[in-house]
Design a protein around this ligand. Structure first.
Ligand code: NG6
Ligand code: CA
Length: 492
């Protein structure tokens, strides 16, 4: 085995937050939110200022992280219902599949949201395909998001803790097909947390109205307030069991996505209400993982990556005071836009790489995409990949470990609805994407415009001055570049 650095190929741990913004951590300038563990990780490792998720929403970003393909090449890579089929193809190369060629044991813990099954899922039987069919040896997940049914854990191919006499059924029909099941829509008086829109008002689970309908499976229902410890225990257990060989752990945290229900120790600890509380909880989880790695003597042999799947959002379906208690905090930092947006706030995310002995610590401005994780981590593991297997992924392990300032020349990101944007060097080019200037009923700028937009991030990180009309030659160069990228055939 080769691998960058010395000796054996490294363990690789990816910690992936859900809806954490570019400005949400102390090390990225957050005021009023203390994130000591992530700040220490940044100080000891590399902190990236130009690393992008491939999308401003969850499913597409996660798909790219695991496959090395841009999400807009796969028409199924959009925000999925809780019973949607798996969108990774049966033969599609994935990061865990590729690492297995170098003998890595692989595990996923946490939020999945890339689909399960092949059309009709029997939640009481074996779920196929599940993560264990796309490269993971072990899997302990929630199917989709914490605001969506089913609210159960799935281990490998089965729902955990199911009582066979109380089968679980899930439906994403328009109307509630289960007459005995209480919904937030019909029974607002039963709610411990109120919804703020008409999607988050279906089946009530633990006092919280979710998206979608479910009945049965009572014994298997998760407790939102112990989810953090459940996932953390599984992650630690995998690391401990596999400590003697190079392993890959994809730990997809559920914070700070809605509904924000911190564990007992984190309730009310921030001054920003539940959103602040769960960010502090997330910071603590990261500290626990790093402590475990160190305690097992694995620090020299482990690369830990921390990032987020898309930009931040305050109100995303529940009245949890996120906006009211936010104060002067800027979840996206200096960036314009947020989750769902075509502007940088949608996709430029916090990103830290830690690995004493292998990483050169500091701040890196290298332009990188999470689509490069496939190429870069397999390079570290000494796995050769063909051009078609690499898909859109580049082998930028030297940049990711802080040894080189050279990242990508350009990358493509997508906002809601797979609308694409090109970043090249200091420039961002947004083609005309007609549509409403605000996303849904939210105070989030979508980036939609009937006009072409061009921003020079070097002097205008907040994307306030559209210079498209002053730089027509730049607009046409970037338009051609984006069209070329999008015209590339998916070879797999
Ligand atoms: C949206 C939901 C939002 C969130 C998002 C997925 C509505 C109106 N909004 O459709 O609350 O669940 O999907 O978030 O239903 S993500 O981070 O997984 O992409
Ligand atoms: Ca997300």
């Amino acid at each position: 085995m080769t691998g960058t650095g010395v000796g054996r190929a490294p363990n690789i741990i990816v910690l992936y937050a859900d809806d954490l913004g570019y400005g949400d951590l102390g090390c990225y300038g957050a005021q009023g939110l203390a994130t000591p563990h992530l700040d220490a990780m940044a100080a000891e490792g590399v902190r990236f200022t130009n690393l992008y998720a491939t999308a401003a929403t969850c499913t597409p970003s996660r798909y790219s992280l695991l496959t090395g393909s841009y999400p807009w090449r796969n028409p199924r890579a959009k925000i999925l219902a809780g019973d949607a089929p798996m969108i990774i193809g049966p033969k599609e190369l994935t990061l865990p599949r590729a690492l297995k060629r170098a003998g890595y044991p692989t595990a996923v813990v946490g939020k999945w949201h890339i689909g399960l099954g092949d059309g009709k899922i029997d939640w009481n039987g074996e779920i196929r395909p599940s993560p264990v069919d796309v490269g993971f040896d072990e899997s302990f997940i929630m199917a989709a998001t914490n605001d969506r049914v089913p609210c159960v854990y799935v281990k490998d191919r089965r729902v955990v803790g199911l009582d066979p006499s109380d089968p679980l059924e899930v439906s994403y029909a328009k109307e509630n097909p289960f007459p005995e099941v209480l919904t937030g829509r019909a029974h607002p008086e039963r709610l411990a947390m109120a919804h703020s829109d008409r999607q988050h008002w279906d089946t009530i689970v633990n006092g919280v109205p979710r998206i979608g309908f479910s009945r049965g499976g009572k014994a298997a229902t998760w407790n939102d307030e112990t989810m953090t410890e459940e996932f953390l225990a599984r992650a630690k257990d995998f690391i401990t069991r596999r400590k003697d060989e190079p392993f890959f752990l994809y730990f997809a945290l559920h914070q700070p996505h809605v509904p924000r229900l911190p564990s007992a120790g984190f309730k009310g600890v921030s001054a920003m209400g539940p959103r602040g509380d769960v960010i502090l909880e997330l910071d603590w989880v990261v500290g626990e993982v790093l402590a475990q790695v160190k305690a097992l003597g694995l620090a020299e042999n482990t690369i830990v990556v921390f990032s987020s799947d898309n930009g931040p959002v305050l109100n995303d379906g529940y009245l949890d005071q996120a906006a009211e208690l936010n104060g002067a905090h800027r979840p996206a930092g200096p960036l314009r836009g947020a989750k769902y947006s075509l502007f940088d706030g949608g996709t430029r995310v916090p990103a830290l790489v830690w690995g004493p002995g292998r990483v050169k610590s500091g701040v890196s401005d290298a332009l990188l995409s999470q689509v490069d994780f496939l190429g870069s981590f397999t390079a570290l593991a000494g796995v050769e990949l063909s051009a078609s297997e690499l898909a859109d992924s580049l082998r930028l392990d030297r940049a990711l470990l802080g040894h080189s300032p050279a990242g990508r020349d350009h990358l493509v990101v997508e906002g809601f609805g797979a609308k694409t944007v090109l970043r090249q060097g200091r420039w961002v080019y947004l083609p005309a994407h007609p549509g409403a200037p605000l996303f849904g009923d939210k105070a989030i700028e979508s980036g939609n415009s009937s006009q072409v937009q061009l921003y020079d991030l070097e002097v205008d990180i907040g994307q306030l001055w559209n210079v498209a009309s002053e730089r027509p030659e730049m607009v046409s160069a970037l338009r051609n570049r984006l069209e070329d990228e999008m015209a590339k055939r998916q070879k797999r």
